[in-house]
Design a protein around this ligand. Structure first.
Ligand code: NCD
Length: 307
């Protein structure tokens, strides 16, 4: 049985196959409309979510399956003190696959050890968020036609931003990718990430100023400051508007420098950018459904050639 806890659980070739499948789903949705008839996904969300949970549920429904689950820890037996291990054992009796989001790093890994159904990590604390990475990569592949040889700027909360950690892990396997980490010193990318890049001999730089970095970028991945992971409100308030991407900044960027953001956006991208053709963040959401459909089919071992 396979789980998805980190994007590194899939080889580069397996990711390629997954993106090809997602692209085929986009082109021929009807072919897949009954692939999961009679099957269920459980979405176990102990932390807030709009996109990720609904996108998993929509993905399963588009495949002919059904969805059940909970949207907050308060409305589950976690409020009574039940462990993740016990909850997943129970859910394994009701559903065929589960997506779990939790505030604790490693929660999805724990769930996978006690589960008899495939487990997808839909975000574990400030650690990883692999399915966001899959849709980020699918977006990059579609917009740029490749996943190698570019300079990607990653800006904002690089310390707590789990989508950043998963994206860097995943992109570090492609040739010629140069990372520019743009953050205030307090929110710089964790050492374990830069150590991994050093070990692999990959090139990266760290900057504080987005103004200085923007003209050299082929892609810009913006992130929000992760308020819920701060220890005190004062620090959050001081850092929350450190970066705001404005039309003036965009005028310094390359004409084909796409802007990505996992969403939700707070203030870090001015709404005026939304009409710029380089704004790719709402397109990412659409790719998220195709990629999650492809992931569900793959983890459930459904033979797509026979559809
Ligand atoms: C991200 C997350 O939950 O980590 N949201 C998402 O799933 N698209 C990013 C964020 O919350 O900032």
């Amino acid at each position: 049985m396979r789980h998805l806890l980190s994007p590194l659980d899939f080889s580069v070739q397996e990711l390629e196959d997954l993106f090809d499948l997602a692209a085929d789903i986009e082109k021929n949705p009807g072919k897949y409309a009954h692939a999961c008839d009679g099957l269920k996904i459980a979405t176990l969300f102990y932390e807030p979510s709009t996109r990720t949970r609904l996108s998993f549920e929509a993905a399963m429904m588009n495949l002919g399956g059904k969805a059940l689950g909970f949207a907050s820890a308060d409305s589950s037996s976690a409020a009574k003190g039940e462990s993740v291990a016990d909850t997943i054992r129970v859910i394994s009796c009701f559903a065929d696959i589960a997506a779990i989001r939790h505030s604790k790093e490693g929660a999805a890994l724990v769930a996978s050890r006690f589960s008899s159904i495939p487990v997808i990590n839909a975000g574990d604390g400030g650690h990883e968020h692999p399915t966001q990475t899959l849709l980020d990569m699918m977006t990059i592949r579609t917009l740029k036609g490749r996943l190698d040889h570019f300079t990607i700027g990653i800006c904002g909360d690089l310390k707590f931003g789990r989508t950043v950690h998963s994206l860097v892990n995943a992109m570090s396997r492609y040739e010629g990718v140069h990372f520019v980490f743009i953050s205030p010193p307090e929110l710089r990318v964790p050492d374990y990430i830069t150590e991994m890049l050093d070990e692999k001999g990959l090139s990266y730089e760290e900057k504080i100023s987005l103004d200085e970095a923007i003209s050299g970028l082929d892609l810009l991945y913006m992130t929000r400051v992760q308020r819920e992971r701060f220890f005190n409100e004062e620090d959050y308030v001081r850092l929350k508007n450190f970066y705001v991407l404005t039309p003036k900044l965009m005028s310094m960027a390359k004409e084909d420098m796409y802007v990505l953001h996992p969403l939700p956006r707070v203030n870090e991208i001015s709404v005026e950018i939304d009409k710029d053709p380089r704004a790719a963040y709402f397109r990412q959401v659409q790719y998220g459904v195709y990629v999650r459909m492809a992931l569900i089919l793959t983890l459930l071992g459904i033979d797509v050639d026979s559809l």
